[in-house]
Design a protein around this ligand. Structure first.
Ligand SMILES: O=C(O)CCC(=O)C(=O)O
Ligand SMILES: [Fe+2]
Length: 365
């Protein structure tokens, strides 16, 4: 496994794949999970989502920890397979029983039964999983659940299905606000999960490369497929529904953090149609819509400004802003120039979701 990954990172893809296929054929479940992931996304080997998901499920059924993690993601996120939340919760219960703190935390957060939720969060906190420690707060630790299936069975998903009310802030360019899109527990979870993984935010430049630049001084964590989980996939779905975009057209969930003085200088979210960007635009499509969720308060400054519209937004925690970077005709719209203005004190946290015109993830075929 370590060998195959080393070969892969050294660019020896073919050798890595040969090794992984042999290990998987030998019934070694960590290799079955990894090969399933590679087939799902088309890494080294041709993309074959149904086959990839099949391997992932096989490894999950055998109790492989990585297989369980991936199976919960693909089932809750409808990645290469129809959405199946019930089965995703089942994988979480299996993983939690094996001591996976992140799985236990998710079951605790989703659980509608307070004593069971408290027990599940306690089990997760004992593993050192920070979001669970934060969610426990002042409540002490109690004994872990004896029956994880009972915790999964008590899941209450109503927060993800609550009605969404959109307020039109501007007709053209189209800007909407959505008060209370995410409840505070989801905001807290996103911040706690991102915190240890924050890195310097990059800017997509005109030559198509991503660079560290003075215009974007904040830090960010981008959650790719492997970094995701059931709570994040349910959040993705709710965010996509609010944005009226297919969830598979969304780029990964970005969690942005601004310390005092940090900012994201005025920019447009669309990709300039330069020759350097032609390939990317052909494969992924244009970035046409943005949804931002404001996760916290307790900071000053930091509003999202649209200087050409003389508009400023700073929704309350859990509230969202949605705007189109292209006109109804699909033309890039420079009036959407916007900025994350500097925070003057405290810390600002937001989720940023960019939607493309094309699907970026495999769906069930
Ligand atoms: O932080 C903000 O208010 C703006 C963020 C932003 O423009 C983006 O993520 O594209
Ligand atoms: Fe932006």
């Amino acid at each position: 496994m370590a060998l195959a990954e080393a070969l892969d990172s050294q660019g020896q893809g073919k050798a890595a794949l040969d090794w992984m296929v042999r290990a998987a054929q030998g019934g070694w479940m960590p290799a079955v999970s990894r090969l399933g992931l590679w087939q799902l996304v088309g890494h080294i080997t041709p993309q074959a989502p149904a086959l990839g998901v099949g391997r992932i499920i096989q490894a999950a059924q055998a109790g492989d920890p990585f297989g369980l993690h991936l199976a919960a993601i693909v089932d809750s996120g409808a990645i290469g397979t129809p959405r199946n939340i019930g089965r995703a919760l089942y994988w979480l219960a299996r993983a939690a029983a094996l001591g996976d703190g992140r799985a236990a935390c998710q079951l605790g957060l989703l659980c509608g039964d307070e004593p069971l939720a408290h027990a599940a969060l306690s089990a997760a906190a004992i593993t050192g999983f920070e979001p669970a420690i934060a969610a426990l707060g002042a409540r002490g630790v109690v004994p872990a659940p004896t029956d994880w299936d009972a915790v999964a069975a008590a899941a209450d998903l109503s927060d993800f299905a609550a009605p969404v009310s959109r307020v039109v802030e501007s007709e053209s360019p189209r800007i909407l606000s959505v008060p209370g899109l995410l409840p505070l527990w989801m905001c807290d979870y996103a911040m706690a999960l991102a915190e240890p993984a924050l890195g310097r935010a990059l800017v997509l430049t005109d030559d198509g490369s991503e660079q560290e630049r003075g215009e974007r001084s904040n830090r960010v964590m981008h959650f790719g497929l492997v970094d995701s989980d059931v709570v994040l996939e349910l959040m993705n779905l709710r965010i996509s529904q609010a944005a009226e975009m297919p969830p598979e057209n969304a780029e990964g969930l970005g969690v942005l953090h601004y310390a005092p003085g940090e900012r994201y200088r005025p920019h447009m979210d669309y990709i300039p149609d330069t020759p350097e960007n032609a390939r990317q635009l052909a494969v992924m499509g244009q970035r046409v819509r943005t949804l931002l969720v404001y996760l916290n308060d307790g900071y000053e400054g930091g509003a999202t400004l649209f200087p050409r519209l003389e508009a400023a937004f700073r929704p309350a925690p859990g509230g969202a802003l949605i705007f189109d970077s292209v006109t109804d005709e699909g033309e890039m719209d420079p009036r959407t120039l916007h900025e994350g203005s500097p925070t003057t004190s405290g810390e600002k946290w937001i989720i940023s979701k960019w939607f493309r015109t094309k699907a970026l993830r495999p769906t069930a075929s």
